[in-house]
Write a protein of this length. Structure first.
Length: 173
């Protein structure tokens, strides 16, 4: 049964990302309900093949336990394609430094479940676990976190909400 739930959640995440937000209007996207997954942020990421690079990075940074046990978080999860789009020197530098990797990954986590980027037509900001703010806005037909496009459907998990994004968010360091 758990494998079926994981498969359904992975499919929901993949379809939510594939449908994109560009063809949907602001009101439609903002009104889209979230899917749900029976497990933590980490469980949902592991169950989603499109997030395997993120899962490997979270494990390498030693953040898996913290993300699995911290409640009421919103995670903006970059897909494998988002990581692949990073310039190779940037990706290599991030992966080579545990401190830098941790800073980048915690910049994707907002310590509240009240951080739905689909709800902000004008620019709004939220602090991340890393310490700097991310900015939400509606731009170019898509809900965005900084410049990353967000799926219209989030996935509610036991300890928060996950949204797929099409870019890796990089803090100012």
């Amino acid at each position: 049964m758990m494998k079926l739930k994981a498969l359904i959640a992975a499919t929901t995440l993949a379809l939510g990302f594939a449908s994109g937000t560009k063809a949907q209007g602001f009101a439609d996207c903002a009104a889209t309900g979230n899917a749900s997954f029976d497990g933590t942020v980490v469980d949902a990421a592991i169950a989603t093949p499109e997030l395997s690079t993120l899962v490997n990075a979270v494990v390498a940074a030693g953040l898996a336990d913290a993300l699995a046990t911290t409640d009421n978080i919103t995670v903006f999860a970059p897909t494998n394609d988002a990581f692949a789009a990073l310039p190779e020197p940037v990706l290599n530098a991030v992966l080579a430094s545990p401190d830098l990797l941790s800073a980048v990954l915690t910049y994707h986590v907002v310590p509240t479940t009240n951080a739905d980027p689909r709800k902000y037509f004008t620019v709004s900001r939220r602090p991340t676990l890393q310490g700097q703010n991310v900015y939400f806005a509606w731009s170019d037909g898509a809900a965005r976190v900084n410049n990353a496009a967000v799926t219209c459907q989030g996935v509610e998990v036991d300890n928060g909400v996950v949204y797929l994004i099409d870019s890796v968010l990089l803090p100012n360091l």
